[in-house]
Design a protein around this ligand. Structure first.
Ligand SMILES: Cc1ncc(COP(=O)(O)O)c(C=O)c1O
Length: 380
């Protein structure tokens, strides 16, 4: 009897169901009654009238799509302006905007490494960095989480180019990388440092200038940063920031830049609007961090297991994947949207609720959110 070529998919689905790891899409309505602690809209800018207006104006002026890859017709003056503003704000010589943060990470990792390169990668790094390592054809050594000594050991004795790769703020627990120690280790061994600042841009550093700026590494000749425009800036897209020669190299060699349609004008315009607003209201960055701290303190005071947040991500551990799913559903029923991280999205296989602090939450909303999370927490 012939078998259908997709039968294996059903077997996988059954395995997932047995392990309580089924994922489903839940389209949200335009006006949700839920209090949002699940999105990455850290500064509350995704629906800010100034940001949406900037996006709409860009769409009307430049068109719905960018019409081509960046090297053909997809680079508008708007893209160039956004790149100049991002580089200036974050303190780097140059910037290159791509269609997503995922594409930016693939571009940076693959273009800056290759056969003979040693990549030293933190075990908690985001999937897009991991995929970049897989595509790079370099040798990748995965080192224990936030461990500069392990990085030094990995670099020691390697003869040839090396790149140390880390998230600035880790997506799962919201803890920060030891960037100063990592940069010192890199310099000792002549390695480059590549930092994914997806969760740091807009939140860390003076007025949200990012983790590299906070660590005094912005603009350094051996440091490259990537970031997304889809979290603090409330839009969509990604960026690579670094020395001009690195950016020029990416324009010529990075496949996710060359073979991808340029970022849509609406997204570029909205990101620019958000950046200008952040320049005018730099206190939003500190407020986001303070909201995260307040949430963390309320939860840990009530006995929940959480890691002190370094930016806007607060994660709370759950006893199992099933308990985490139930907990998130109970929060939802009580009017609170929270993220739920389970294997395979968590490298240590510990399931968690993932909460995101937002600069625009009121003190009352923080108190209400903490009360819901504590009262719905799994017992025992
Ligand atoms: C650390 C990190 N890097 C990269 C990305 C990818 O960014 P984007 O969603 O813009 O593709 C994300 C999030 O989605 C992230 O959390």
């Amino acid at each position: 009897m012939s078998r259908h070529p997709f039968d294996w998919i059903d077997a996988r689905a059954e395995q997932r169901a047995r392990a309580g790891l089924v994922r489903t899409l839940r389209p949200r309505p335009a006006e949700s009654p839920l209090l949002d602690l699940a999105s990455n809209d850290y500064l509350g800018l995704a629906r800010h009238p100034e940001v949406t207006r900037a996006g709409a104006d860009a769409c009307l002026r430049w068109g719905a799509g960018s019409t081509g890859s960046r090297l053909v017709t997809g680079s508008t003056e708007l893209h160039a302006e956004l790149e100049a503003e991002l580089a200036g704000f974050c303190g780097f010589e140059a910037a290159l905007v791509l269609a997503s943060g995922y594409a930016a990470n693939l571009a940076a990792v693959t273009a800056l490494t290759g056969f003979g390169t040693l990549i030293v990668s933190d075990s908690g790094n985001h999937a897009s960095l991991i995929d970049g390592c897989r595509l790079s054809r370099a040798v990748t050594e995965v080192v224990p989480h936030t461990d500069p000594e392990a990085v030094r050991k990995a670099l020691d004795g390697h003869d040839g180019p090396a790149v140390v790769i880390t998230d600035s703020v880790f997506s799962v627990d919201g803890d920060a990388a030891p960037l100063t120690e990592l940069a010192t280790a890199c310099r000792r061994y002549g390695a480059a440092l590549l930092v994914d600042d997806a969760h740091g841009l807009g939140v860390l550093g003076d007025g949200g200038r990012g983790a590299a700026s906070a660590a005094g590494l912005a603009g350094a000749p051996d440091v490259v940063c990537t970031a997304t425009l889809s979290k603090s800036l409330g839009s969509q897209g990604g960026v690579v920031l670094g020395p001009a020669r690195v950016i020029e190299h990416l324009v010529n060699c990075a496949r996710t830049f060359i073979f991808d349609t340029g970022l849509a004008p609406a997204a570029a315009g909205a990101a620019m609007g958000a950046l200008r607003l952040l320049r005018r209201e730099p206190e939003r960055a500190a407020r986001g961090r303070a909201v995260a701290r307040e949430l963390y303190e309320r939860l840990t005071t009530a006995g929940l297991d959480s890691v002190a947040p370094d930016a806007c991500v607060v994660s709370v551990r759950a006893p199992s994947a099933e308990a985490a799913v139930r907990w998130a559903a109970d929060c939802r029923a009580a009017g609170l949207a929270v993220g739920c991280f389970r294997p395979p999205s968590v490298p240590d296989r510990i399931s968690r609720l993932r909460l995101t602090a937002r600069a625009d939450l009121t003190d009352q909303q923080i108190a209400d959110a903490a009360r819901v999370i504590v009262t719905t927490a799994p017992r025992g």
